[in-house]
Ligand binder design. Structure first.
Ligand SMILES: Cc1cc2nc3c(=O)[nH]c(=O)nc-3n(C[C@H](O)[C@H](O)[C@H](O)COP(=O)(O)OP(=O)(O)OC[C@H]3O[C@@H](n4cnc5c(N)ncnc54)[C@H](O)[C@@H]3O)c2cc1C
Length: 388
C-alpha cells in the first residue's frame, strides 16, 4: 500500500492527526492494535489554543456538545485532614477573554467522535487490531511492515504510538526518563454541589487532587478526578472497599463539592516525565507521548501534543512532505518548547509533593504562566484594551 502519511497509533493524538491531515487533503493511513471502544477512564481538558486544531480537523462541532467549559481554575490548600481549606490562587477566564480557559471531554467520547470523523473522510484509512512492526527508511520514503505482514510505503511516518512507542527505537531515537514514584488514580464522581465550571486542585501532600468539571450525568453534577499519590499509597487507596474509598476522596477534596460518589472504575497510571532526544529522524516524526510524557498537571499533556500537530500542519507542503528540511524544522520548533513545559510541570509536581508553603506559591505563579494568563493579560493591555 502507498500513502502520503502513515500514523502509527490511533490514540487521541494519532486520531486528531489523522483527521487534521485527512481534512487537509493528504492520503493518511492510521494503524492501531486497539479499537476506539476500549475503556479509558480519563478525560482531557483542552486549553483554548487546542480548539483551533480540533476545529481545523473538523472535530470541534461534534465534540462541543460533550464538553464542559472550564471557566475558573482554583488552587486550594487543604492542610491537614479536617483543617479548613484555603484558596491560594484563583483565575477567572472572564478577566482576560470572552472564552473559557478550555473544555473538558471524557476520553471515551473523544475516541468515538474521532473514529467517526476519520471514517467519514475518504482520504483516511483507519486500520484497527493491527500494529506497526518494522521500519525501514531511505532518503525518499519510509517502509513500514505491520504485524499482519502488510507493507506500507509512506513519505512521512508520524509516530503517535504512546510512551512506549515502538517506532521511536526503530528510528534510532533514545529517551530520558524521570520517575517520580507516584501514581495517578483516575475516576469520575458525582456530587450534590454543582461545580459551576470551576476546576479545582486541592493540595495537601503526596501530590495534587484535581477535580475537573464534566457535563452532568443522570441529572447529577459530575467531575473527573485525577489524584496523584506516592505509588504504594495510591495502590492501597485503590484497593479500598467503595464506601471507604468514597469517604477518603470526600475528605481529600476538603468537602468542596459535598459527599463524592464514585461513578466509574478507577484507572491507575505511573507518573513519569520522559523526553525523546530528537523529535524526528529520516522520514519520521514523533508526536505526543511518543515524544514527551508529562505528569498530568495543568492539562499540559495533550495540549503540548496538539502544539506538535499544529507545527506539523504548518510545515507540511505536498511538494516536500517528510523531507530532511521539514524534519529538522519540526525538531527545532518543538523540542525546546516541549522540554521547557516538561521542566515546568516537573517543578510543579515536586512542589506539590513536598507541600512546603513557599513552593506552593511558586507553583501557583508557574501555573498561571503556563496557562498563558500573565502574558495574555500583558499583551491585551499593550493593545490598549484596558484589561487590568
Ligand atoms: C491520569 C492522566 C490524566 C491526563 N489528563 C490530561 C488532561 O486533562 N489534558 C491533557 O492535555 N492531557 C492529559 N493527559 C495526557 C494525555 O492523556 C496524553 O497526553 C494523551 O492521552 C497521549 O495521547 P497519545 O495519543 O500520545 O498516547 P496514547 O493515548 O497512549 O495512545 C497511543 C496509541 O498507540 C497505540 N500503539 C501502541 N503501539 C502501537 C503500534 N506498534 N502500532 C500502532 N499503534 C500502537 C496504542 O494502542 C494507543 O492507542 C493525562 C494523562 C494521564 C496519565
Amino acid at each position: 500500500m502507498d500513502t502520503d502519511i502513515l500514523i502509527s497509533g490511533g490514540g487521541i493524538a494519532g486520531l486528531t492527526a489523522a483527521a487534521a491531515f485527512g481534512t487537509a487533503g493528504y492520503r493518511v493511513i492510521c494503524v492501531d492494535p486497539a479499537t476506539p471502544a476500549e475503556a479509558d477512564q480519563r478525560s482531557t481538558a483542552f486549553l483554548q489554543p487546542a480548539i483551533g486544531v480540533l476545529d481545523a480537523a473538523g472535530l470541534w462541532d461534534d465534540l462541543r456538545p460533550h464538553a464542559a467549559p472550564l471557566q475558573v481554575m482554583q488552587i486550594v490548600d487543604s492542610g491537614r485532614s479536617g483543617a479548613a481549606p484555603r484558596t491560594t490562587a484563583r483565575f477567572d477566564a472572564v478577566d482576560i477573554s470572552d472564552h473559557p480557559f478550555g473544555w473538558n471531554i471524557p476520553n471515551q467520547t473523544l475516541r468515538q467522535v474521532m473514529a467517526a470523523r476519520v471514517a467519514d473522510l475518504p482520504t483516511v484509512t483507519h486500520i484497527t487490531g493491527t500494529a506497526t512492526d518494522r521500519l525501514m527508511t531511505r532518503q525518499s520514503e519510509a517502509k513500514v511492515t505491520l504485524t499482519d505482514g502488510t507493507r506500507i510505503r509512506a513519505r512521512l511516518v508520524i509516530a503517535a504510538d504512546g510512551r512506549d512507542s515502538p517506532m521511536r527505537p526503530a528510528a534510532g531515537i533514545g529517551t530520558r526518563t524521570t520517575r517520580f514514584g507516584q501514581r495517578a488514580l483516575v475516576f469520575t464522581v458525582t456530587h450534590p454541589i454543582p461545580h459551576d465550571n470551576i476546576s479545582t486542585e486541592v493540595h495537601r501532600s503526596g501530590g495534587p487532587f484535581t477535580l475537573v468539571p464534566l457535563p452532568d450525568r443522570g441529572g447529577q453534577p459530575c467531575s473527573a478526578v485525577v489524584w496523584m499519590e506516592a505509588g504504594p499509597t495510591a495502590e492501597r487507596l485503590r484497593a479500598l472497599p467503595q464506601a471507604e474509598f468514597e469517604a477518603a476522596i470526600t475528605d481529600r477534596s476538603a468537602g468542596l463539592l459535598g459527599a463524592l460518589t464514585l461513578a466509574s472504575p478507577i484507572g491507575s497510571f505511573p507518573i513519569i516525565a520522559q523526553m525523546a532526544d530528537r523529535m524526528g529522524a529520516e522520514r519520521l516524526v514523533l508526536m505526543a507521548e511518543a515524544a514527551h510524557v508529562l505528569p498530568p498537571i495543568g492539562a499540559q499533556g495533550l495540549n503540548t501534543s496538539l502544539a506538535d500537530l499544529a507545527a506539523l500542519l504548518d510545515l507540511a507542503d505536498p511538494a516536500t512532505l517528510g523531507d530532511a528540511a521539514m524534519i529538522e524544522a519540526y525538531h527545532r520548533r518543538r523540542h525546546a518548547d516541549a522540554k521547557a513545559r516538561m521542566m515546568g510541570v516537573g517543578l510543579l509536581n515536586r512542589a506539590s509533593m513536598t507541600g512546603l508553603p513557599p513552593l506552593q506559591d511558586l507553583r501557583a505563579t508557574l501555573l498561571a504562566q503556563m496557562h498563558g494568563i500573565a502574558p495574555l493579560r500583558r499583551s491585551l493591555m499593550r493593545m490598549g484594551l484596558g484589561v487590568r
